[in-house]
Design a protein around this ligand. Structure first.
Ligand code: ADP
Ligand code: MG
Length: 635
């Protein structure tokens, strides 16, 4: 019921029924009284005719009801069909029995009219949410490294052609199907095989689009582009996101099933009590029973959550948030600690080289060309500027959180942090708050490259705003203690962890969780993925690697840490709105159902079916307006 086609169909039916309602109103009994003309035989037949056509346009509800019954998930459609069906049959029979002067044509037609409009809104809003996601998906990374001779150029995946040679770096997705020409790596093909155990592949092996390159880098000649490419993967991502449901929705579904049973039970009881026990006419008892069915239609309940989540999705998109799993939005509100990765998340990740010792630029540049790390990019850029000579690298390997290694001219080299070279160097060199990259062969450290990164201007604001929301902030990094301490102090972090090995990142998350904290993890790197998965809410910085995007529940399309604050505020407000809407949608039944069943008749109050239909649609309207007010919140 969520395609644009469904919305158009409901709108068409709504239009036709709107037009038919005019003659029906004129020829109905209330119309007759209002216009002051006398009863004539033809009136009843015209009414029957128009009523029947309107009923015909409501048959779509019966189709949905059939589906509900088949799936044993009795809900609104079952009730609507019962109410509309029994109302119509009763009226049709009454038309041909002159003694019976009660009919429900106008009441059930108004009900059908309201319901068609409600369903039109619902169908339109869910397809609009899909459109919004489509928009944001355009911002997700989908670049490939195209090799042209010795040069590597970043191009949009759409522009890739058959037989193009592309470089796939650690943590990245294979952009299109092809055959490996050079290099080897472990590939995760869980998206196809469902098997999360990585598969080792090398020269001559086939790789498929979407497989994630693990610890190495490879050159692939493409033999299938287009549909099977990364674009197709993103489409799938959107589709999956649309199918996720907030937990509140499952609650609403369950409530709606219960309401169906309660309504049926009350309707039957009311009919029996009023006809058999009290001794009223069949018509009277029937009217009450139908009113109960009409009023209990969980229409508002059906709208309560989708209206809120549609608006929440759109707000999220506006603030650079792609929510992959709507179910997690409710957990976002409970977050007490946000753990940030440092490099690329809190800092710009645009390293500038400050100082180089030793003749190491050629070695480092050649090796770093294969790397997907921001430090690698900075080293390559600087080496190129300095006209360093690049050489061919074999057996390239990424050592996540530490650095890289590879073979050049038959000799093995390492490039990375002190952890990587500590067996060759007793203690780290003085870093003066810079990130130090060591370059070493198998015997000794050949030299170092000192790099400086800058804190993002938004980071400080984001941390301050988190504190105002009573949420604490932590930072962890594989970088050295000096850099980490400086950044943490500058930003006012509550706690920080330096020299964290990749395999320990998720342990830090679990450590906080054991202390009773609800942890959100924000990261971008290959080494952040396990921590993102382990956290209560995982957030991937979209400009980062594909592994992180895969692991996250939410993806930040702009790498602005302030959007984390928006996410938490959105989570809180959205949840509050969902609860309010459930209360509105369910609460009115507590009064309305007994009123419809005639409980208050001894005190002189009787609810007419048309007023019941109005009350029911009013509750839908309230739910809708309440959801709309979410649009005005400040994030
Ligand atoms: P963070 O946790 O801050 O995102 P990483 O875990 O990605 O940082 O990296 C940790 C450290 O490992 C870096 O600070 C750097 O010293 C080193 N490192 C990782 N990858 C590379 C690389 N390709 N070249 C040089 N050093 C690297
Ligand atoms: Mg990082």
């Amino acid at each position: 019921m969520s395609s644009p086609g469904a919305a158009a169909d409901f709108l068409r039916r709504f239009g036709i029924v709107t037009a038919l309602l005019i003659p029906l109103a004129i020829f109905s009994m209330p119309g007759m009284k209002l216009l002051g003309y006398g009863e004539f035989d033809l009136r009843r037949y015209v009414e029957f005719g128009v009523g029947t056509i309107i009923f015909y346009f409501a048959l779509i509800f019966f189709e949905h009801a059939k589906h509900e019954i088949k799936m044993k998930s009795y809900g609104m459609m079952t009730l609507v069909s019962l109410a509309v069906g029994s109302g119509y049959v009763f009226s049709a029979v009454a038309t041909f029995i002159p003694q019976v002067t009660t009919e429900f044509y106008l009441e059930i037609s108004t009900l059908i009219w309201v319901l068609l409009f409600g369903h039109f809104l619902e169908a339109r809003s869910s397809s609009a949410a899909g459109d919004a996601l489509q928009e944001v998906a355009k911002l997700l990374p989908k670049q490939a490294h195209l090799m042209e001779g010795r040069d590597v150029r970043d191009v949009d995946v759409e522009t890739l052609k058959l037989d193009d040679l592309v470089l796939v770096k650690p943590g990245e997705k294979v952009p299109a199907d092809g055959v490996i020409q050079k290099g080897e790596a472990n590939f995760n093909e869980a998206h196809i095989t469902g098997e999360s155990q990585p598969v080792k592949k090398g020269k001559g092996d086939r790789v498929v689009a979407g497989a994630i390159c693990g610890d190495g880098s490879v050159e692939v000649t493409l033999d299938k582009v287009g549909e099977n490419s990364t674009i197709g993967q993103i489409q799938k991502l959107i589709l999956k996101a649309q199918q996720t449901k907030p937990r509140a929705q499952r609650l609403a579904d369950r409530a709606s099933k219960w309401l169906t049973f309660v309504a049926l039970g009350v309707a039957i009881t009311a009919f029996l009590v009023w006809s058999v026990i009290v001794g009223q006419t069949l018509v009277f008892a029937m009217t009450l029973a139908i009113t109960v069915l009409v009023i209990a239609c969980p229409h508002a309940l059906g709208l309560a959550i989708p209206t809120v989540s549609t608006i929440a999705t759109r707000l999220a998109v506006k603030h650079g948030l792609f929510i992959k799993d709507l179910g997690k939005l409710e957990q976002v509100k409970d977050v007490t600690y946000v753990m940030f990765d440092k490099t690329g998340t809190l800092t710009l990740g645009e390293f500038g080289v400050v100082k180089v010792t030793g003749e190491v630029l050629g070695i480092a540049g050649s090796l770093e060309r294969q790397s997907s790390h921001v430090i690698g990019a900075a080293v390559v850029k600087y080496a190129q500027e300095q006209k360093a000579k690049f050489e061919e690298v074999k057996q390239f390997k990424n050592i996540a959180g530490k650095g890289i290694k590879g073979v050049m001219g038959g000799k093995e080299y390492w490039v990375g942090n002190w952890e990587l070279v500590k067996d060759k160097l007793g203690k780290p060199v003085e870093s003066e708050g810079n990130t130090v990259v060591y370059v070493a062969d198998k015997d000794k450290v050949l030299g170092t490259i000192l790099l400086a990164d800058k804190v993002k201007p938004e980071s400080k604001v984001a941390i301050d705003r988190l504190h105002k929301l009573n949420v604490k902030a932590a930072m962890m990094t594989g970088d050295n203690e000096q850099v980490a301490g400086q950044v943490a102090k500058e930003l006012g972090m509550d706690i920080y962890f330096a020299n964290v090995l990749p395999e320990d990142k998720y342990k830090k998350v679990e450590e906080l969780q054991r202390q009773g904290e609800v942890v959100m993890m924000v990261g971008d790197g290959v080494n952040d993925a396990p921590a993102i998965t382990a956290a209560d809410v995982g957030v991937a910085v979209g400009a980062g690697t594909d592994v992180a995007v895969e692991a996250g529940d939410v993806v930040l399309t702009a790498s602005n840490p302030e959007n984390i604050v928006s996410l938490i505020t959105l989570g809180k407000k959205t949840y509050a709105k969902m609860v309010e809407n459930l209360v509105w949608a369910l609460g009115y039944n507590v009064v309305a159902i007994p009123a419809a069943a005639g409980v208050f008749i001894p005190w002189g109050f009787r609810l007419r079916p048309e007023i019941g239909a109005l009350a029911m649609s009013l509750s839908s309207v309230i739910v809708g307006i309440n959801a709309m007010s979410l649009k005005r919140i400040k994030l």
